[in-house]
Design a protein around this ligand. Structure first.
Ligand code: TYC
Length: 103
């Protein structure tokens, strides 16, 4: 028998470890000045929400003070929040969207 000193290494499938991106909430903040219809319009335009969902989200913020609009990556959350807030500013309303990290 020959003395074979070849070392055999097990073939392990290396799984690439992909970090899950941290998620952020976009919050709709209530105020006393922005008309309800305008809030609904912004939710539909910026967040592509249906009329029914926009109405429900707007009313939740109106009653509770804030409402989570969407949960997404930081980049998208900040862009959407800025778009919504800017749209309102251009129309002369103080409507505010904020972002915060998810627990
Ligand atoms: N509270 C506003 C009003 O009575 C409507 C409103 C709802 C404004 C939700 C902002 O995030 C908001 N005209």
């Amino acid at each position: 028998m020959s003395n074979d000193d070849t070392t055999l290494t097990p073939k392990t499938a290396t799984k690439p470890k992909l970090e899950r991106p941290k998620l952020y909430k976009v919050l709709l903040v209530n105020d006393d000045y922005t008309p309800r219809e305008f809030v609904v319009l912004v939710l539909k335009a910026v967040f592509r929400m249906s009329a029914e969902t926009s109405q429900r989200v707007m009313m939740t913020a109106h009653k509770m003070g804030t409402c989570v609009v969407v949960i997404c990556t930081r980049d998208i959350a900040e862009t959407k929040a800025k778009e919504g807030t800017e749209l309102a500013k251009e129309a002369g309303f103080p409507l505010l969207f904020q972002t915060e990290p998810e627990e």
